[in-house]
Design a protein. Structure first.
Length: 654
């Protein structure tokens, strides 16, 4: 028997569990869901933050980390006037969290991978919960596997905008599944999709391609007749609106680029690099370890859909604390969500294969990120592990013991591979570099703001993020007038143009010719050039490792410098800042989650951090776009508006 009208789902069939929109919850269920969601954050936090504790790193890990620190630096001080709206979500969100937690920009970017991975892992686990009715205790298992079963995943180490997009996309898909199952979730999906577009519009387009294809497949499988399919389409109109609204919003952000004119994608310039990285990832054998489990998970979900009308039960129906009938969903009430879940997983793989073939043929798409963004494989692997555990639970203590061993072995096995990969990551910033940049900033504070500045970097800097490191550490007031000059000090003084353009940074323009009033050479980035210059003019060293190639030099003592900024990544600081950031996201998102999603405690709690991230970021974006000041206490006002707004909506729409 197939359900042909989406509006019929509100009425449960006699003898089966109530759908999410009709069930009541108590405080203990929310407490249990919160406990296991926090354990999800803890598991991924231990995995991705251990290098800071064991190796005492004091700067964020990864090649791209300096660029993100630099963006937060600029946006925190000036809003989006310099950086622009494109791919601004991380900078806006971290700016607000920094003001609320007291963490500096280095600390925030250091913690970002663990926090964002935790939120996306919970969103993935929420999808499984809605599809098959897994219990709250499975949140850490499925959320953890959603990241560690990828094989080597450079998203954690490099592509933080993709990481935030993953949070938004998975949460949006989960909200859409909640909508087709219980009638609420379309507006939550809209907010999440808008966040995805603001975080990384190329991958937002990819995700919407997956979503639209999945909706088409879902409509085709919801009914056997054209009339039934048309009813399913009409019932899904709020989800179509979610795509259209988020698409219009994302398109508008492209009309507001930063001063560099960057539109958020450089696939043409990176054609060869993208193809090489894609082929290298394809040869990574660890990437395929989860495939057999994923196939098993897909089969298990499909069979669950086929057997739902013949007495199939969820975890909680079998042995939940409230007994039969007090469940997340069951029987026919779960069928729409399961169908959409399978459609999403299949469409995601299909779109990735098409894009991958294009990439292999030489047409640039997204390179290795296609494989790193392939969430269906680890999610379905998590479903298979859940299915094995559920199967073992039906067979007494012996079966439960075997199931526990299988689950533990899977988690530990994939976790150890991810641990090894993470152990190879390192910071691209050093205390010596930051000290010298800080010293140059102290010197520039004595120079009139009307005088422009060049940092002279060797032409070999093309393979290093040195300009991004400088932007990360410079005072925000100095970034606007500063730019890199690539070449030797002699070439600069001779008036020759800059050798190349930098690969990344907040402001991506290099000085075309040495027309700036001030020029600085830093020993940490150009040791040979620094030593050559101080042999002739030692008096132009204004701070340790800082040589003024062009500009005034005070005949007094060198510019004093204080302790350079660094990430607070001691164990106590990590625990304190992470807990505070998590609490802010939960509180900010709980009101929205409670009002926009069906009353299932696990789903609401699991998606609360993602909705908190979406509403804080979108509120910050709107605040900046209407011209309100972005510095100081304004960020607290943004947080208060986003949080109170959700709880006000919660009182109106319980």
């Amino acid at each position: 028997m197939r359900t042909t009208d989406i509006n019929m789902r509100a009425a449960p069939v006699a003898g089966e569990a109530a759908p999410p929109g009709l069930r009541r919850s108590n405080a203990s269920e929310y407490a249990t869901a919160l406990l296991f969601s926090v354990l999800t954050f803890a598991a991924l936090g231990i995995l991705y933050l251990f290098p800071f504790v064991t190796r005492h790193y004091r700067y964020p890990l990864g090649w791209d980390a300096p660029a993100y620190v630099g963006r937060v630096n600029v946006v925190s001080a000036h809003g989006l006037s310099e950086f622009g709206a494109i791919r601004s979500a991380n900078s806006l969100l971290l700016s607000v969290l920094g003001r609320a937690t007291g963490a500096n920009r280095f600390t925030l970017v250091a913690l970002l991978p663990a926090l964002w991975a935790g939120a996306s892992g919970l969103a993935a686990a929420a999808m499984v919960r809605i599809a098959v009715g897994s219990r709250a205790m499975w949140l850490p298992v499925i959320g953890f596997l959603a990241w560690v079963a990828f094989g080597q995943n450079s998203t954690i180490n490099l592509h933080f905008d993709n990481l935030l997009t993953g949070v938004a996309v998975l949460a949006g898909f989960a909200a859409a599944m909640a909508f087709v199952s219980g009638g609420r979730g379309a507006l939550a999906a809209t907010l999440c999709f808008m966040l995805a577009g603001l975080a990384h519009w190329p991958f937002y387009v990819f995700a919407m391609g997956v979503f639209v294809l999945a909706l088409i497949v879902y409509w085709a499988t919801e009914a056997r007749t054209w009339d039934g399919r048309l009813k399913a389409v009409r019932g899904s109109r709020p989800l179509i609106v979610a795509v259209l609204v988020s698409g219009a919003f994302t398109g508008l952000t492209l009309l507001a680029p930063g001063t560099s004119g960057w539109l958020g994608a450089r696939i043409g310039r990176l054609r060869g690099q993208l193809q090489a990285r894609f082929e290298a990832r394809l040869r990574d054998r660890k990437r395929y370890l989860a495939l057999p489990l994923a196939v098993g998970g897909a089969i298990a979900t499909f069979l669950a859909s086929r057997s739902a009308g013949t007495g199939d039960k969820t975890d909680e129906q079998m042995d939940g604390p409230d007994g039969p009938g007090k469940t997340h969903a069951g029987g026919h009430a779960m069928l729409p969500a399961r169908r959409l879940f399978l459609a999403l997983m299949g469409s995601w793989v299909a779109v990735m294969v098409v894009a991958g073939v294009a990439q292999a043929a030489g047409f640039p798409t997204a390179g290795a990120r296609l494989l790193q963004f392939l969430f269906p494989i680890p999610i379905l692997a998590g479903v298979f592990v859940w299915w094995l555990g559920r199967l073992g639970a039906r067979r007494g203590w012996g079966g439960k013991l075997v199931a526990a061993v299988v689950v533990l072995a899977t988690v530990v096995g994939f976790g150890s591979l991810a641990w090894h990969d993470r152990s190879r990551n390192r910071p691209w910033m050093t205390a010596r570099q930051i000290t010298q940049i800080d010293g140059s900033g102290a010197y520039l504070a004595t120079i009139p703001r009307t005088q422009t500045v060049s940092y002279v970097l060797p032409s070999s800097s093309q393979g290093n993020p040195w300009w991004a490191v400088i932007q990360a550490a410079l005072p925000a007031r100095e970034i606007r007038r500063s730019s890199p000059y690539y070449g030797s000090a002699e070439n600069y003084l001779a008036g020759r143009p800059s050798y190349l353009r930098p690969a990344l940074g907040v402001v991506e323009h290099a000085s075309p010719a040495p027309r700036t009033k001030i020029a600085i050479v830093l020993e940490a980035f150009s040791p040979g050039g620094f030593e050559t210059q101080i042999e002739v003019h030692p008096e132009r060293v204004v701070a340790p490792g800082v040589f003024v190639l062009r500009g005034p030099v005070r005949p007094l003592s060198p510019v004093p410098t204080g302790t350079p900024p660094q990430a607070r990544t001691g164990l106590r600081d990590i625990l304190a800042f992470s807990a505070l950031a998590m609490a802010i996201l939960y509180v900010a998102g709980a009101g929205w989650s409670g009002s926009l999603l069906p009353p299932d405690p696990v789903v609401r709690v699991a998606l609360a951090p993602a909705l908190g991230m979406a509403t804080i970021t979108l509120t910050a974006f709107a605040w900046d776009r209407v011209g309100l000041p972005f510095g100081g206490v304004a960020k607290l006002a943004i947080l208060i508006i986003a949080t109170v707004g959700g709880w006000l909506v919660r009182t109106i729409r319980p």
